[in-house]
Design a protein around this ligand. Sequence first.
Ligand SMILES: [Zn+2]
Length: 121
Amino acid sequence: MLVRWPVPIVVSSGALVPLGVFALMFVAFSGGSKPSVLAAAALLGGVGGIVSLIVHELGHVSVARKLSGVTPEKVSVMCLGAAAHLDVLPVLGRRQRGAGQHGGDPAAVKSGSVPRGGGAP
Ligand SMILES: [Zn+2]
C-alpha cells in the first residue's frame, strides 16, 4: 500500500525538547516505580507526544487544503512543538509570507493580509 503524505514532515533536532517534556510528564504521572514501567512510560510519552503533535498539525493541513488561496507546504517538529507551514495568497493579490502562532501550539501560518484563525482552528 502506498502512503502518500499530504506534505513533507520535517523533524529537527530541536524536537528532542518536546519529546523529553512529554517523556518526563508521562514518567511523572505514571505512578510506577519499576524501571521497566518508567522506561515504557517515557517511551510512550515521548514518541506518542511527537506523533500527536504531527497528527494535530496534519489537521491544520487538511483544513488548509480545502481553502482557496492556501497551500500547505510542510509540517515541522521543532523545539517549541510543531507547526503547519501554510502559504497564503492574500486578498490583495500579492503572494506574501509570514509566520505566526495560535493556541497552545506554534502553528506557523504564513500569512499576508488573511487574518489568522480564519479557517484553521
Ligand atoms: Zn493547532
